[in-house]
Design a protein around this ligand. Structure first.
Ligand SMILES: [Zn+2]
Length: 317
């Protein structure tokens, strides 16, 4: 399942080609990819063709592209195309004529700002992902909706009306720890009020976003915390340390996704991040803990698994 670093790799791969690109046509190979678009396939195509993509923006694992629509289309609405990657979704950037990608569900044809023809292929094996158009609404804190790496934000009169907006369907998602407007004090105060296990809280997108199973296990290992330790039992400094570890791990994974970018460009598949990062806990069942030598253990947890060192990540009463 793509996590924040993988989604950021996808975003960074798409942004240079798609920022200020104009959509020229859409091929629908499987209409099920529009299950989250209320107006259905026809409406999606009618809205998108002729629209200009102003940026590729991300908050946590949520990706969207604000649209500038031709005059007179959808008056009074500020819209964005939202890409849900789900469990297996990929957004690949291709040039026309590039070998067909298996399980392609939708192809968005566009002309880039430089006049090059490009294709964004939406591939989704298990069909949990989708493409949809959503209304942009003001962010609850009035700050930028997400990360767009400055692309599309320029001083030479480019349109940036979308910056402090967020798709309505993502407005409830809290900022991720790499977001420069991430409010650490607010998140720590929230942790203090939660009696559920810390891992569950880390994965709750309404507390903070962008952390999945892999990076949660890794951050907990570094912080020597048991996954079921009640969040409220963490001291302020311990919570701060945990968030710092989360930030370091995510940043490292993003950077490593970025360094393998040339390869990614051929196959922007959102999977390289965690393969590039050396793991200490996740998937390491039976391997000696790098800190104390005790074998890493896996326990079933919320239909998934939690990987931890039973010696240095003890549940504290
Ligand atoms: Zn250990």
């Amino acid at each position: 399942m793509p996590e924040l670093p993988e989604v950021e790799t996808v975003r960074a791969g798409l942004a240079p080609a798609l920022t200020n690109a104009t959509v020229t046509a859409i091929d629908v190979l499987d209409a099920r990819s529009f299950k989250r678009h209320i107006g259905g396939v026809e409406d999606f195509i009618a809205t998108m063709v002729g629209a200009k993509i102003l940026a590729v923006v991300r908050r946590g694992k949520f990706l969207w592209m604000p649209l500038e629509l031709p005059a007179g289309r959808n008056p009074g609405h500020k819209l964005a195309m939202v890409g849900h990657l789900g469990m297996s979704g990929q957004m690949l950037l291709r040039t026309p004529g590039f070998t067909e990608d298996k399980l392609t569900r939708v192809v968005i044809h566009a002309i880039s700002e430089d006049g090059e023809k490009v294709e964004m292929r939406f591939i989704d094996q298990r069909l949990f992902g989708s493409l949809a158009i959503d209304d942009l609404v003001p962010t609850p804190d009035g700050l930028p909706g997400g990360f767009s790496n400055g692309l599309g934000v320029s001083s030479d009169g480019e349109s940036t009306w979308w910056r402090n907006l967020i798709p309505a369907s993502a407005a409830h998602i809290m900022r991720d720890p790499l977001d420069e407007d991430f409010d650490e004090k607010f998140v720590i105060a929230k942790l203090k009020k939660k009696n559920s296990g810390i891992k569950r809280v880390l994965l709750d997108q309404q507390t903070l976003s962008g952390i999945g199973n892999i990076y949660a296990d890794e951050a907990l290992w570094r912080s020597q915390l048991h996954y079921d330790q009640p969040a409220a039992s963490l001291t302020g400094p311990k919570a701060k340390e945990l968030l710092q570890h989360v930030r370091e791990i995510l940043a490292k994974a993003v950077t490593e996704g970025g360094t393998s970018f040339d390869e990614q460009y051929k196959n922007v598949n959102g999977e390289s991040g965690y393969f590039a990062v050396s793991l200490n806990a996740y998937g390491m069942t039976g391997i000696p803990c790098k800190r104390c030598g005790t074998q890493i253990k896996r326990e079933n947890w919320m239909n998934r698994g939690s990987h931890f060192c039973p010696k240095c990540q003890k549940l504290k009463g």
